[in-house]
Design a protein around this ligand. Structure first.
Ligand code: UDP
Length: 337
């Protein structure tokens, strides 16, 4: 059983990884600046896991703050979730993305090395594939940056490759997420973006909750079965399990890995909308608008390597994603009322 430090641990994916780690007997420790996470997440995690979850407030660009948590908690490994992640925003503020996602990573790695800790699970993204030539996309596909966000994720992967090549004591798990969605079955944690969401499932949730009149479907003239964009939606608890398996491999002495975390199955925008409608019990309104600039028609993971290397397989389907998202959103609305 290990102590695992989660940077960005109060955020969407980090908080679910925290639950998966605690359920497997590990001791998660959070480090977060709460720029895109609610202050009450550590308390909720404590209630959910049945044990206090230590939480340190800090910025990943701050070596002293990182040094303090590493010295106090002496973790066995780090999961690095703390990053900016909105494609559109990255085009408006590329330097912020480079500062947090690239300089923040380098600062973390320096603090880890100073503490003699060299095991890291890194949050990468399917966006490193740019516009993929092949779908389902295997890890061997070339990396291409199509926006500043994707650029920072590719640079992060390259930095980690150089580091591992220079010192074999580094063991790094690079996990390329497809489209995480859904919430923990308890409905006590979930995706809670500050401001207007950018991603499809939280936007549909707003339509279901009556906060948005209808979903705007970005284009129905792609060469996909119904013309709308296709993505590989992975339940956030499956993603969290993938992280646990990844860190456990590193703790067992494995050298490192680069893996897709997806289901291997794509769903169109209209399929997701219909599934959410089933969860809510009524059809949800939409209208088709022009394509969103920069959108890729299809993203879908080839999940074979993650299964071969970690025994990882996503178990939850699109209906489970929508049901759990809706339970979380309804619960939040009831708590606020
Ligand atoms: N999408 C949409 N309307 C929205 C938001 C997203 O039709 O208001 C579509 C988008 O074009 C894409 C899919 O939903 O095909 C997933 O978009 P998201 O931004 O969640 O993820 P990404 O494009 O980064 O994979």
């Amino acid at each position: 059983m290990a102590v695992i430090l989660l940077t960005g641990g109060a955020g969407y994916v980090g908080s679910h990884a925290c639950v998966a780690l605690a359920a497997a007997g590990h001791s998660p420790v959070l480090f977060d600046d709460f720029s895109n996470a609610r202050e009450d997440v550590p308390d909720r995690l404590a209630r959910l896991t049945g044990a206090p979850v230590p939480c340190y407030r800090g910025d990943v660009r701050d070596p002293a703050a990182l040094g303090r948590v590493l010295a106090a908690q002496n973790p066995d490994a780090v999961m690095h979730f703390a990053a900016l992640k909105a494609v559109g925003e990255s085009m408006d503020r590329p330097l912020d993305y480079m500062a947090v996602n690239i300089a923040g990573l380098v600062t973390l790695l320096g603090a880890m090395e100073a503490a003699g800790l060299r095991r890291l699970v890194y949050s990468s993204s399917a966006t490193v594939y740019g516009v993929p030539d092949v779908t389902p996309t295997p890890e061997s596909a070339p990396r291409r940056a199509v926006n500043p966000y994707g650029f920072t994720k590719i640079k992060g992967e390259e930095i980690l490759e150089q580091l591992a090549a220079s010192d074999p004591r580094w063991a790094v798990g690079v996990l390329r997420y497809f489209n995480p969605a859904g919430a923990h079955e308890s409905a006590m944690i979930g995706e809670d973006p500050s401001g207007r969401p950018n991603n499809l499932v939280p936007l549909i949730a707003r339509v279901a909750a009556g906060q948005l009149r209808r979903l705007e479907v970005f284009g129905d003239d792609y060469s996909t079965p119904d013309g709308t964009g296709v993505r590989d939606y992975i339940h956030v608890m499956d993603l969290a399990e993938g992280h646990r398996l990844s860190v456990e491999r590193l703790l067992a002495g494995a050298p490192g890995h680069v893996l897709n975390l997806g289901t291997g199955r794509g769903h169109s925008v209209l399929e997701v909308l219909a599934a959410y409608g089933r969860a809510v019990g009524r059809e949800l309104p939409y209208r088709v608008v022009p394509r969103r600039p920069g959108d890729v028609p299809v993203y879908c993971a080839d999940p074979a390597r993650a299964e071969a290397e970690l025994g990882f397989r996503a178990r939850r389907d699109l209906d489970e994603i929508c049901r759990s998202s809706w339970a979380w959103v309804r619960g939040q609305a009831a708590r606020r009322a």
